[in-house]
Design a binder for this molecule. Structure first.
Ligand code: OAD
Length: 252
């Protein structure tokens, strides 16, 4: 019984969602770009979204990288700069507080590559789409973390073997990290409540984490500015900003 699509989150819907969370011992949260929007990180499909002005197949596929690594890297270098200036917002902080309350009963599966959840204090994070701060060698597969923005030379090369390095993110057409995805799917199917926040929930298999909870009959709370394909199926659908609603759901 989702609330009216497009309707603002009223107090009774927030109270219902909060009661579900208060009673839950095992909570899974699935987040997307909307959670970082209030930190100044652009989303993909919303207003001002990256895929409104850029073509994903030119920037976020293995084929694009093989064709023009400099172009792909200059885009990621720009995104690293943007993300590097961002700070966690009250939505990230609320999820860190929820984890502090639940301990091992908490799991945060994120599609975000910005590490803002970790910066806010979240520890039980599974990065379904990798991290923009990780560089991976296309030759020897060595991974390293590098927070320099801009990177000193583009495209970067592996210090060990000299091959090109690529961003440590998941591109279209690539597999998600199987351990992280498997753990998130299993936890979603057995949790007491799942929160799906700030994601259009159209990119699979990540969106499947929310669907796994729905299929298993678990309570699902959605927090999003706009209605999504999931809104009509979830237990409570809250329309608004994650930076405002997540703190109301979690409390101080
Ligand atoms: P999208 O840009 O597809 O969706 C962002 C969602 O957040 C939309 O549904 C917005 O309505 C909502 N939103 C925006 N600002 C919000 C706010 N302040 N509070 C609440 N909701 C807000 O981003 P994702 O769902 O994360 O993958 O996209 C999934 C994947 O598609 C990304 O990980 C990326 C992209 O292509 C890859 O690059 C592989």
């Amino acid at each position: 019984m989702g609330d009216e699509p497009g309707g603002a989150a009223d107090d009774s819907a927030v109270a219902r969602a909060r009661a579900l969370l208060d009673a839950a011992r095992r909570v899974v949260v699935l987040t997307g770009a909307g959670v970082s929007a209030e930190s100044g990180v652009p989303t993909f499909r919303g207003q001002g979204g990256l895929w409104r002005s850029h073509r994903p197949e030119e920037l976020a596929t293995p084929e694009a990288f093989a064709r023009d690594p400099e172009l792909v890297w200059s885009w990621y270098d720009w995104r690293r700069h943007t993300v590097g200036q961002a700070r966690p917002n009250p939505g990230h902080e609320a999820l860190a507080r929820l984890e502090a309350r639940l301990g091992d009963g908490f799991l945060l599966a994120t599609q975000n590559v910005d590490r803002l959840h970790q910066q806010a204090g979240s520890r039980r994070v599974r990065e379904l789409h990798g991290s923009i701060w990780v560089l991976r060698c296309t030759g020897c597969e060595r991974e390293r973390e590098d927070r320099a923005t801009p990177l000193p030379s583009l495209p970067p090369r592996c210090a060990a073997c000299g091959a090109l390095e690529r961003p440590g993110v998941v591109w279209f057409g690539e597999s998600l990290p199987a351990d992280a995805l498997g753990e998130a799917l299993r936890a979603a199917a057995t949790c007491d409540a799942l929160v799906v926040a700030g994601t259009s929930a159209v990119v699979y298999p990540a969106a499947g984490v929310a669907v796994a909870a729905l299929r298993a009959g678990r309570p699902v709370i959605e927090v999003n500015l706009d209605p999504t394909d999931l809104s009509g199926q979830v237990t409570v659908s809250l329309r608004g900003k994650t930076g405002e609603l997540l703190p109301r759901l979690v409390g101080a």
